[in-house]
Design a protein around this ligand. Sequence first.
Ligand code: UDX
Length: 443
Amino acid sequence: MKVTIYGSGYVGLVTGACLAEVGNHVLCVDVDPDKIDRLNRGEVPIYEPGLEAMVTENTQAGRLAFTLDPAEGVRHGLFQFIAVGTPPDEDGSADLRHVLAVARTVAEHMDEYRIVVNKSTVPVGTADRVREAIRDILQGRGAQVDFDVVSNPEFLKEGAALDDFMKPDRVIVGTDNPRTGELMRALYAPFTRNHDRMLLMDIRSAELTKYAANAMLATKISFMNELANLAERLGADIEDVRQGIGSDPRIGYHFIYPGCGYGGSCFPKDVKALERTARQAGFEARLLTAVEEVNERQKERLFQKLHSHFGGDLKGRTIALWGLAFKPNTDDMREASSRRLMEALWAAGARVRAHDPVAMEECTHIYGHRDDLVLCDDHEQALEGADALVIVTEWNVFRSPDFERIRKALKQPVIFDGRNLYEPRHMEDMGFAYYAIGRGRRD
Ligand code: UDX
């Protein structure tokens, strides 16, 4: 089948590569000439395990191509996927400018039936706005062309995106036209063949499902972070509590890891956007407000622990930081806890020596070169002469470090662990002051 995808960002590229991988002919359209140039040379501008190889293979096989020309895009695909960004407005609602611009562009060039598929995360009601935008342009052109608008939200996780797309838990398709539903089913058949995982529903329910899934996961995390803070005051160990509740299948083990707050391009943005949608619908979503507040507070926890350990005196201290990305296996630092921590440390007059296996370039991109930030080639180098070690991202390479080396390199043996990677008792036996999240009294 022929597919066009607008937006060669995270979702667009993964969708394009995976649809080409199973034999479709995919054309990706983007407005950024530099990006299209790089993609045509086989360079993938984002870090995602396996993506570059898949893009290269499918480009060489002639199933995947990139262009700046939207007219060519509209001619090419029966399916016209919109996978452009929906950054938050100042008030937290999703900015639909790019989505609607693509809809208008498609309408300007459309001469025969097209299925416009919304893959960007968009508020409930967006499909109606896309439909209206297309209709207006068609009317202006005096063109009588049939089209459908479908909602098909994406649930992939960064770092596991190819696997998530190739083996989805479910494919959500919202449409008011059963025939279009069947065409979507055919497109996704290679990914859902062994087990029918496609859920067809009305458009608004599909749009809401995406936000509901992310808000539910964010709620689980904030709930655990709240309990972790309580456990610290009560002298309980949240890791025992986590296993104690996770063993109940109604609760489950997933997404109940306490930490230094959730980040990334989805949870913070989507919780805010859903809260905003609720408000616009005349409804106050109290739980969502609390989920966000708890997360904001959690991102301050590591700094608070450092601050109180050093008696409020962080000026002139050097802090080793392991992890910059918002989670392992990505270079993404959007809404990452590391940023909040570094900014607080800098404001308090401390310096940071940081290492991340892949996000260092991204860090330079965000902060540039500054005297109070040294990016180190490996995690052990980051320790040299530091007053303390802080762990923010649970990369595998940090899970079993050379503790002797850590002790020797640090000025004093103190570790602040935002991801609960080690056993407090072992750490104390080895002579470390070890601050984790929710693991008994410590400060
Ligand atoms: C998320 C959703 O999982 C995915 O389905 C959706 O399509 C996009 O948003 P992603 O943002 O890539 O994916 O990362 P995810 O693995 O969900 O982690 C999000 C954040 O939550 C990270 O900062 C992570 O450290 C944090 N987290 C996750 C916790 O703090 N505790 C947990 O138990 C799980």
